[in-house]
Design a protein around this ligand. Structure first.
Ligand code: BDR
Ligand code: CA
Length: 312
Protein backbone atom coordinates (compact mmCIF):
# COMPACT_ATOMS: atom_id res chain seq x y z
CA UNK A 1 0.00 0.00 0.00
CA UNK A 2 1.06 3.62 -0.49
CA UNK A 3 2.41 5.12 2.72
CA UNK A 4 2.03 8.81 3.57
CA UNK A 5 3.39 11.24 6.14
CA UNK A 6 1.40 14.48 6.58
CA UNK A 7 3.13 17.62 7.87
CA UNK A 8 0.53 20.19 8.91
CA UNK A 9 -0.18 23.35 10.91
CA UNK A 10 -3.60 21.89 11.63
CA UNK A 11 -6.39 24.44 11.36
CA UNK A 12 -9.67 24.30 9.49
CA UNK A 13 -8.76 23.39 5.91
CA UNK A 14 -5.92 21.17 7.15
CA UNK A 15 -8.50 19.24 9.20
CA UNK A 16 -10.55 18.49 6.07
CA UNK A 17 -7.40 17.29 4.29
CA UNK A 18 -6.57 15.05 7.26
CA UNK A 19 -10.03 13.50 7.10
CA UNK A 20 -9.65 12.82 3.38
CA UNK A 21 -6.36 10.97 3.93
CA UNK A 22 -7.31 9.16 7.13
CA UNK A 23 -10.51 7.84 5.56
CA UNK A 24 -8.98 7.06 2.17
CA UNK A 25 -8.60 3.42 1.18
CA UNK A 26 -5.68 4.30 -1.14
CA UNK A 27 -3.06 5.43 1.41
CA UNK A 28 -1.86 4.43 4.85
CA UNK A 29 -1.01 7.51 6.91
CA UNK A 30 2.04 6.49 8.96
CA UNK A 31 2.50 9.73 10.90
CA UNK A 32 1.25 13.28 11.24
CA UNK A 33 3.88 15.88 12.09
CA UNK A 34 2.90 19.32 13.34
CA UNK A 35 4.50 22.63 12.51
CA UNK A 36 3.69 26.14 13.77
CA UNK A 37 1.80 28.23 11.23
CA UNK A 38 -1.91 28.94 11.27
CA UNK A 39 -1.83 28.41 15.05
CA UNK A 40 0.82 27.50 17.64
CA UNK A 41 2.36 24.07 17.30
CA UNK A 42 0.61 22.92 20.50
CA UNK A 43 -2.79 24.01 19.22
CA UNK A 44 -2.08 22.41 15.84
CA UNK A 45 -1.32 19.13 17.62
CA UNK A 46 -4.56 19.34 19.64
CA UNK A 47 -6.49 19.90 16.41
CA UNK A 48 -4.81 17.02 14.59
CA UNK A 49 -5.42 14.64 17.52
CA UNK A 50 -9.07 15.71 17.67
CA UNK A 51 -9.52 15.20 13.93
CA UNK A 52 -7.80 11.81 14.00
CA UNK A 53 -10.05 10.70 16.84
CA UNK A 54 -13.15 11.74 14.89
CA UNK A 55 -11.85 9.53 12.08
CA UNK A 56 -11.28 6.62 14.46
CA UNK A 57 -7.54 6.79 13.73
CA UNK A 58 -4.69 6.17 16.16
CA UNK A 59 -2.06 7.59 13.77
CA UNK A 60 0.92 8.93 15.74
CA UNK A 61 1.04 12.74 15.99
CA UNK A 62 4.47 14.35 16.51
CA UNK A 63 5.03 17.95 17.56
CA UNK A 64 7.71 19.82 15.62
CA UNK A 65 9.01 23.35 15.15
CA UNK A 66 7.37 26.02 17.29
CA UNK A 67 8.65 28.85 15.08
CA UNK A 68 10.23 29.43 11.67
CA UNK A 69 13.97 28.84 11.18
CA UNK A 70 15.03 32.49 11.38
CA UNK A 71 11.91 34.60 11.84
CA UNK A 72 9.24 35.19 14.41
CA UNK A 73 6.07 33.14 13.99
CA UNK A 74 3.10 34.88 12.34
CA UNK A 75 -0.15 33.01 12.87
CA UNK A 76 -3.55 33.27 11.15
CA UNK A 77 -6.16 33.05 13.90
CA UNK A 78 -8.03 35.87 12.18
CA UNK A 79 -8.77 33.43 9.36
CA UNK A 80 -9.17 30.11 11.21
CA UNK A 81 -10.40 31.17 14.69
CA UNK A 82 -8.46 31.37 17.96
CA UNK A 83 -8.34 27.57 18.23
CA UNK A 84 -7.87 27.17 14.46
CA UNK A 85 -11.20 25.32 14.21
CA UNK A 86 -13.57 28.30 14.39
CA UNK A 87 -13.94 28.27 18.20
CA UNK A 88 -16.77 25.81 18.65
CA UNK A 89 -15.24 24.50 21.89
CA UNK A 90 -14.34 21.01 20.69
CA UNK A 91 -13.28 18.82 23.62
CA UNK A 92 -9.67 17.62 23.65
CA UNK A 93 -8.88 14.17 22.26
CA UNK A 94 -8.38 11.29 24.65
CA UNK A 95 -4.70 10.87 23.80
CA UNK A 96 -1.69 13.15 23.54
CA UNK A 97 1.10 13.60 21.01
CA UNK A 98 4.09 11.25 20.83
CA UNK A 99 7.31 12.19 22.63
CA UNK A 100 9.47 11.93 19.48
CA UNK A 101 10.02 15.30 17.76
CA UNK A 102 8.56 15.72 14.27
CA UNK A 103 12.00 15.94 12.66
CA UNK A 104 13.02 12.58 14.12
CA UNK A 105 9.68 11.12 13.08
CA UNK A 106 10.11 12.27 9.47
CA UNK A 107 13.59 10.75 9.26
CA UNK A 108 12.49 7.52 10.94
CA UNK A 109 9.48 7.14 8.63
CA UNK A 110 11.71 7.65 5.58
CA UNK A 111 13.81 4.68 6.72
CA UNK A 112 10.98 2.36 7.70
CA UNK A 113 8.67 2.92 4.72
CA UNK A 114 10.23 2.45 1.30
CA UNK A 115 8.57 4.75 -1.24
CA UNK A 116 7.16 7.03 1.47
CA UNK A 117 5.11 9.96 0.17
CA UNK A 118 5.03 13.26 2.06
CA UNK A 119 2.50 16.07 1.88
CA UNK A 120 3.08 19.44 3.53
CA UNK A 121 0.07 21.58 4.44
CA UNK A 122 1.89 24.26 6.44
CA UNK A 123 5.18 26.17 6.56
CA UNK A 124 8.16 24.02 5.58
CA UNK A 125 10.14 24.35 8.82
CA UNK A 126 9.99 20.68 9.91
CA UNK A 127 10.93 19.34 6.50
CA UNK A 128 13.80 21.83 6.13
CA UNK A 129 15.13 20.85 9.56
CA UNK A 130 14.96 17.18 8.63
CA UNK A 131 16.82 17.86 5.37
CA UNK A 132 19.47 19.91 7.19
CA UNK A 133 20.01 17.04 9.60
CA UNK A 134 20.14 14.43 6.84
CA UNK A 135 20.23 15.65 3.21
CA UNK A 136 19.91 12.05 1.97
CA UNK A 137 16.29 12.19 3.14
CA UNK A 138 15.51 13.66 -0.30
CA UNK A 139 16.43 10.35 -1.94
CA UNK A 140 14.09 8.31 0.30
CA UNK A 141 10.89 10.25 -0.42
CA UNK A 142 9.13 9.07 -3.57
CA UNK A 143 6.86 12.11 -3.89
CA UNK A 144 6.60 15.36 -1.94
CA UNK A 145 3.38 17.30 -2.47
CA UNK A 146 3.64 20.86 -1.18
CA UNK A 147 0.62 23.08 -0.63
CA UNK A 148 2.30 26.43 -0.99
CA UNK A 149 3.09 29.38 -3.17
CA UNK A 150 1.49 30.43 -6.40
CA UNK A 151 3.10 30.18 -9.85
CA UNK A 152 1.26 33.36 -10.83
CA UNK A 153 3.10 35.29 -8.09
CA UNK A 154 -0.13 36.48 -6.52
CA UNK A 155 -0.45 36.15 -2.77
CA UNK A 156 -3.04 35.70 -0.06
CA UNK A 157 -1.01 37.17 2.80
CA UNK A 158 0.92 39.82 0.87
CA UNK A 159 0.40 40.79 -2.77
CA UNK A 160 3.34 38.53 -3.63
CA UNK A 161 3.22 35.59 -1.26
CA UNK A 162 1.13 32.67 -0.11
CA UNK A 163 0.93 32.10 3.67
CA UNK A 164 2.80 28.79 4.07
CA UNK A 165 5.83 29.97 2.10
CA UNK A 166 5.74 33.50 3.51
CA UNK A 167 5.81 32.32 7.15
CA UNK A 168 9.13 30.52 6.69
CA UNK A 169 10.70 31.43 3.35
CA UNK A 170 14.17 30.23 4.39
CA UNK A 171 12.78 26.78 5.11
CA UNK A 172 10.97 26.77 1.77
CA UNK A 173 14.19 27.72 -0.01
CA UNK A 174 16.01 24.77 1.60
CA UNK A 175 13.23 22.35 0.67
CA UNK A 176 12.95 23.51 -2.94
CA UNK A 177 16.74 23.24 -3.37
CA UNK A 178 16.98 19.82 -1.71
CA UNK A 179 16.43 17.50 -4.66
CA UNK A 180 13.13 16.21 -3.28
CA UNK A 181 10.66 15.17 -6.01
CA UNK A 182 8.40 18.16 -5.40
CA UNK A 183 4.91 18.68 -6.69
CA UNK A 184 3.84 22.24 -5.92
CA UNK A 185 0.14 22.92 -5.46
CA UNK A 186 -0.28 26.66 -5.62
CA UNK A 187 -2.85 28.55 -3.61
CA UNK A 188 -4.53 29.90 -6.77
CA UNK A 189 -6.00 26.44 -7.43
CA UNK A 190 -8.37 26.93 -4.48
CA UNK A 191 -9.95 30.05 -5.96
CA UNK A 192 -12.86 30.79 -8.25
CA UNK A 193 -14.72 27.64 -9.34
CA UNK A 194 -12.84 25.58 -6.75
CA UNK A 195 -14.45 27.41 -3.83
CA UNK A 196 -17.09 25.22 -2.17
CA UNK A 197 -20.29 27.19 -2.71
CA UNK A 198 -23.63 26.87 -0.91
CA UNK A 199 -24.65 23.93 -3.11
CA UNK A 200 -21.45 22.00 -2.43
CA UNK A 201 -21.71 22.72 1.28
CA UNK A 202 -25.30 21.45 1.30
CA UNK A 203 -24.12 18.31 -0.49
CA UNK A 204 -21.54 17.61 2.18
CA UNK A 205 -23.95 18.39 5.05
CA UNK A 206 -26.56 16.12 3.46
CA UNK A 207 -24.27 13.18 4.26
CA UNK A 208 -25.53 13.79 7.80
CA UNK A 209 -22.51 12.38 9.59
CA UNK A 210 -20.36 13.86 12.40
CA UNK A 211 -17.39 14.10 10.02
CA UNK A 212 -19.35 15.94 7.36
CA UNK A 213 -20.79 18.33 9.93
CA UNK A 214 -17.35 18.93 11.45
CA UNK A 215 -15.71 19.58 8.07
CA UNK A 216 -18.11 22.43 7.35
CA UNK A 217 -18.49 23.79 10.88
CA UNK A 218 -14.77 23.97 11.66
CA UNK A 219 -14.47 26.23 8.61
CA UNK A 220 -17.10 28.77 9.71
CA UNK A 221 -14.56 31.45 10.67
CA UNK A 222 -12.66 30.86 7.42
CA UNK A 223 -15.92 31.25 5.51
CA UNK A 224 -16.60 34.63 7.19
CA UNK A 225 -13.04 35.80 6.59
CA UNK A 226 -13.30 34.71 2.96
CA UNK A 227 -16.51 36.69 2.54
CA UNK A 228 -14.94 39.78 4.12
CA UNK A 229 -11.91 39.43 1.85
CA UNK A 230 -13.65 38.68 -1.43
CA UNK A 231 -17.30 39.61 -0.99
CA UNK A 232 -18.15 36.02 -1.99
CA UNK A 233 -19.76 33.26 0.03
CA UNK A 234 -18.13 29.87 0.27
CA UNK A 235 -15.21 27.92 1.67
CA UNK A 236 -11.83 28.03 0.03
CA UNK A 237 -9.91 24.82 0.75
CA UNK A 238 -6.26 24.91 -0.36
CA UNK A 239 -5.07 21.94 1.75
CA UNK A 240 -7.86 19.57 0.61
CA UNK A 241 -7.05 20.40 -3.01
CA UNK A 242 -3.43 19.41 -2.42
CA UNK A 243 -4.66 16.24 -0.72
CA UNK A 244 -6.99 15.49 -3.64
CA UNK A 245 -4.03 15.74 -6.00
CA UNK A 246 -2.04 13.40 -3.79
CA UNK A 247 -4.83 10.86 -3.48
CA UNK A 248 -5.90 10.89 -7.12
CA UNK A 249 -2.87 10.28 -9.40
CA UNK A 250 -4.83 11.17 -12.56
CA UNK A 251 -5.05 14.78 -11.39
CA UNK A 252 -1.28 15.19 -11.43
CA UNK A 253 -1.22 14.85 -15.20
CA UNK A 254 -1.95 18.59 -15.32
CA UNK A 255 1.49 19.48 -13.99
CA UNK A 256 4.69 20.61 -15.72
CA UNK A 257 8.26 20.86 -14.41
CA UNK A 258 10.02 24.15 -13.78
CA UNK A 259 12.77 25.77 -11.78
CA UNK A 260 11.28 27.31 -8.64
CA UNK A 261 13.09 29.64 -6.31
CA UNK A 262 11.93 31.35 -3.13
CA UNK A 263 12.50 35.04 -2.43
CA UNK A 264 14.03 35.52 1.03
CA UNK A 265 15.71 38.94 0.85
CA UNK A 266 13.17 41.52 -0.29
CA UNK A 267 10.64 42.63 2.30
CA UNK A 268 8.20 43.51 -0.49
CA UNK A 269 8.23 40.08 -2.10
CA UNK A 270 9.28 37.88 0.87
CA UNK A 271 8.15 34.30 0.27
CA UNK A 272 7.30 34.73 -3.40
CA UNK A 273 7.58 31.47 -5.34
CA UNK A 274 9.41 32.53 -8.49
CA UNK A 275 8.52 29.89 -11.07
CA UNK A 276 10.42 29.85 -14.37
CA UNK A 277 7.23 29.03 -16.22
CA UNK A 278 8.66 29.55 -19.69
CA UNK A 279 11.94 27.83 -18.74
CA UNK A 280 13.94 30.88 -19.78
CA UNK A 281 16.87 29.83 -17.58
CA UNK A 282 18.86 26.62 -17.76
CA UNK A 283 18.46 26.14 -14.00
CA UNK A 284 17.49 22.64 -12.99
CA UNK A 285 13.75 21.98 -12.94
CA UNK A 286 13.23 21.24 -9.27
CA UNK A 287 9.45 21.08 -9.04
CA UNK A 288 6.47 19.86 -10.89
CA UNK A 289 4.02 22.74 -10.73
CA UNK A 290 0.33 21.98 -10.82
CA UNK A 291 -0.91 25.00 -12.72
CA UNK A 292 -4.08 23.78 -14.33
CA UNK A 293 -6.89 26.28 -14.42
CA UNK A 294 -9.40 23.44 -14.28
CA UNK A 295 -10.45 24.46 -10.81
CA UNK A 296 -13.90 22.98 -11.09
CA UNK A 297 -12.29 19.56 -11.46
CA UNK A 298 -10.52 20.10 -8.16
CA UNK A 299 -13.78 20.88 -6.44
CA UNK A 300 -15.51 17.86 -7.89
CA UNK A 301 -12.58 15.80 -6.76
CA UNK A 302 -12.91 17.08 -3.21
CA UNK A 303 -16.62 16.30 -3.01
CA UNK A 304 -16.00 12.92 -4.58
CA UNK A 305 -13.31 12.14 -2.05
CA UNK A 306 -15.68 13.07 0.74
CA UNK A 307 -18.11 10.47 -0.56
CA UNK A 308 -15.68 7.63 -1.16
CA UNK A 309 -13.90 8.25 2.10
CA UNK A 310 -16.89 6.76 3.83
CA UNK A 311 -18.57 9.85 5.15
CA UNK A 312 -22.01 8.43 4.55
C1 BDR B 1 -2.49 27.84 3.44
O1 BDR B 1 -2.37 28.67 4.57
C2 BDR B 1 -3.21 28.21 5.59
O2 BDR B 1 -4.05 29.23 6.04
C3 BDR B 1 -4.02 27.08 5.04
O3 BDR B 1 -4.17 26.07 6.02
C4 BDR B 1 -3.23 26.60 3.86
O4 BDR B 1 -2.29 25.61 4.23
C5 BDR B 1 -3.15 28.61 2.33
O5 BDR B 1 -2.39 29.72 1.99
CA1 CA C 1 -2.43 24.52 6.40
Amino acid sequence: PRTLLIDTDTASDDAVALIMALRSPTVQVVAITIVAGNVSVEQGARNALFTAELCGSMVPVHIGASKPLLRELETAEWFHGLDGLSDHGYAPAHRTAETTHAVGAILAASHSHAGLEVITLGPLTNLAMALLRDPSLATRISRCVIMGGNPCCEGNVTPAAEFNIWVDPEAARIVFASGLPIQMIGWQLSRDEAVLDAKDIARVLALGTPLAEFAIRCNSTAASAFETQTGEQGISLPDPIAMAVLLEPALSLEASSHHVQIEVVSSLTRGMTVVDRLNVTSDQRNASVWASNNQAASKVEICWKLDVAGWK
